[in-house]
Design a protein around this ligand. Sequence first.
Ligand code: PGA
Length: 231
Amino acid sequence: MVGEGTLRIQPDPAQLAQAAADFIAAQARAKPNLSILVATGNTPMPTYIELARRAEAGAVDFTRVTAVQLDEYLGVSDADPRSLWGWMRRSFVEPLGITRTVRLENPEQFKVALAELGGLDLAILGLGPNGHLGFNEPPSQPDAPTRTLTLTPASLASNAAYWGKLDVPTGAITAGMDVILAARACLLLVSGTHKRDILRAALEGPETPAVPASFLRRTALTVIADEAAWG
Ligand code: PGA
């Protein structure tokens, strides 16, 4: 089981977004030059909209934050609607007024850029229906490095929901488990009944490469989930 205070249950996705925005804004106030690993996907979008609203209102300042890309498909151009770099820019970087970014293009360059940053202060993560973090597909060991890989059928199926009639690229690059688990704080956002079983497995099952998210319990972890996801 996870430690007390780690798991915060919210009644619905709107209140999940408020609680997550509170958490992230507090971190940015405490350390204005925060380095944040940024998940795309559906779950964090209402949180990012709320953060943008607060930034616009002058309630919090993200201009000194560095946003670090979590994952990407291989072989998609910047102009491609499926570019996760594009999704991160549109949903997080631009609306929050962030000017510093680290793009994930190859493992070596990423490692150097992270070292120059002094590591990650915060990793904002979604939970894959198969327990993946970023594109660290099962099985992923806790020391799995930043690497290119082939997506599993489960991730191809879940990602298909993002792109309408466009195919999901099968190749991907992901920040490694080693990078995620080294973040000084991790924030896992989980919404919906379809995540219920995998969330239980991640928080209450054995730590196992079969559920990469189970290794998050080794970190300074906060989980914000809605009642649909926790039950
Ligand atoms: P979701 O994706 O937020 O769209 O559910 C999470 C993930 O696959 O990592």
